[in-house]
Design a protein around this ligand. Structure first.
Ligand SMILES: [Zn+2]
Length: 108
């Protein structure tokens, strides 16, 4: 959806093609996989601060909704991926990813 494409997923700050970074929502150090349902666009500041932490659960719900929209839009037969990210999030928490990150200011 358009609204996700030029704002930082976390803090809502506008991002440009030059400044935008791709963040692995579930840290790459845990999942070691590059999947579209795990990517969000982030400003350099958020991406740099989040590093390999999990974002707070509000963002889990947000990415899950985003993924459902993405699946619908692309007519992809991948109904599991919205649920999958929640499973992996819980799984990461049980495996020591206990530090939950949230951006200090949210401008959404
Ligand atoms: Zn940000």
């Amino acid at each position: 959806m358009e609204e996700f494409e030029n704002k930082c997923f976390y803090c809502g700050k506008p991002v440009t093609k030059r400044s935008v970074e791709v963040d692995h929502f579930i840290p790459w150090s845990f999942i070691k996989d590059d999947q579209i349902w795990n990517f969000v666009l982030a400003c350099p500041e958020c991406n740099n601060k989040k590093r390999d932490k999990l974002a707070q659960v509000d963002f889990l719900n947000k990415i899950s909704d985003r993924n459902e929209i993405m699946i619908e839009r692309d007519h992809r037969n991948d109904a599991d991926s919205a649920r999958r990210i929640k499973m992996i999030y819980n799984w990461a928490q049980r495996n020591g990813y206990n530090e939950i990150w949230t951006p200090r200011e949210i401008t959404v």
